[in-house]
Design a protein around this ligand. Structure first.
Ligand code: GDD
Ligand code: MG
Length: 361
């Protein structure tokens, strides 16, 4: 079984984390986000993956290669310029010949893909769209169905007064290969704004597969943090953290005996945690980080090679690769892009977002 995964978006809402890192590679539990998605697909017998790339494509290809490391067969199609969601799949048309999955590359869910495939076959659908309930459908694609689970309306990013249901497009489709014949070649084209509405108009068999399990779109830093903390606490899948209070330490990491650590906490390889440091979970620390004497960290995510200086306070914040907080500086609700420096004693504004490479203070 094959899946085409859309991973070409710009990830603008996840900035400043996604200037140099595509959304699919932002670390989740110290692994690239997409790795979790790929392993879920594998669990459901989806072994052949096509990644539809555009923005920062070489980084993604370099990360996953031919997929052997994960026991998958991964190939790539790269657009010269972004072709839109449907255009990107059209671009991969030569690589599909049977019923296939399409996934938005920024979704993590525990959707039962095997049950979805059975549903698709039973309904002889051309397209099956997974549905999930959300509080605010205006940021998503709203879907109305009839009593037989047939889609009657697809409305992308509805205005508040247009909201008639809390069910939205969960970003996972099953498709018959002949659907690709309806997408114009070499043109930008959207599933949500063009193909699906026009298929509905034509009376094509588009069905909706309801689900109510774990579902998250890592669209912004808050959601990104939530996914990390949920998986760390054992929600959303089998990731080994099922007691909610565990501490996982990577190889070669040194913890000073006076440091106080409270889980759920994950510390990557080759980290140093100094004297009297206090770390409270949920917190994830990437490889090669240095937490110096007396620093306090809680509810936070550090990527690789981050230094938190002595006496610093780093609360509910995210620091991307190579950030350095000098002694006694403070962050609360901050999101720091790659290689940000916060000078000695500087206090970031609550919720401040800092572009890569900037020195504050
Ligand atoms: N290759 C490629 N080329 N991928 C693209 C392109 C493109 O031109 N444009 C977007 N993508 C990828 C993004 O990287 C993302 O993984 C996926 O397609 C969806 O794009 P987003 O930009 O994240 O869309 P959204 O979150 O506003 O809305 C979509 O997802 C919602 C669920 O989270 C829509 O599909 C909604 O209908 C849906 O409810
Ligand atoms: Mg999205």
């Amino acid at each position: 079984m094959k899946a085409v995964i859309l991973v070409g978006g710009l990830g603008t809402r996840l900035r400043p984390l996604t200037y140099n890192t595509p959304k699919s590679l932002v670390p989740v539990l110290n692994k690239p986000f997409l790795e979790h998605v790929l392993l879920k697909l594998k669990q459901h017998g989806v072994g052949e993956i096509v990644l539809a790339l555009s923005h920062l494509a070489p980084l993604i290809e370099e990360c996953f290669g031919d997929g052997r490391r994960l026991g998958l067969d991964i190939s790539y199609v790269t657009e010269k310029s972004a072709m839109g969601t449907a255009g990107a799949v059209k671009n991969a048309a030569e690589m599909v010949s049977d019923t296939f999955f399409v996934l938005n590359g920024d979704i993590f869910s525990d959707l039962d893909l095997s049950a979805m495939l059975r549903f698709h076959k039973q309904h002889r659908a051309k397209v099956t769209i997974a549905l999930t309930p959300v509080d605010d459908p205006t940021r998503y694609g709203l879907i109305e169905t009839d009593g037989y689970q047939r889609v009657t309306r697809f409305l992308e990013k509805p205005r508040p007064e247009e909201v008639t249901t809390n069910l939205i497009n969960a970003g996972t489709y099953l498709m018959e290969p002949d659907v690709l014949g309806k997408i114009p070649a070499l043109e930008e084209h959207s599933f949500e704004r063009q193909l699906f509405p026009s298929m509905l108009k034509a009376g094509d068999a588009v069905f909706a597969f309801p689900s109510s399990g774990y579902w998250i779109d890592i669209g912004n830093p808050e959601k990104y943090k939530q996914l990390n903390f949920d998986l760390l606490s054992g929600k959303g899948g089998q990731y080994g953290f099922n007691r909610g209070d565990q501490i996982a330490l990577g190889h070669g990491s040194h913890i000073h005996p006076t440091a106080r650590l409270k889980g759920p906490l994950m510390v990557g390889d080759n980290c140093t945690i100094g004297k009297d440091v206090i770390i409270t979970g949920p917190t994830i620390i990437g490889p090669d980080c240095r937490i110096e004497a007396g620093a306090t960290i809680s509810d936070s995510i550090l990527w690789q090679k981050v230094t938190i200086g002595g006496g610093c306070s780093f609360i509910s914040s995210i620091a991307a690769r190579g950030c350095r907080l000098e002694e006694s500086s403070q962050a609360h609700g901050a999101v720091l892009g790659d290689n940000v420096t916060v000078s000695q004693g500087y206090v970031l504004k609550p919720g401040e977002s800092v572009e890569p490479g900037v020195t504050k203070g």
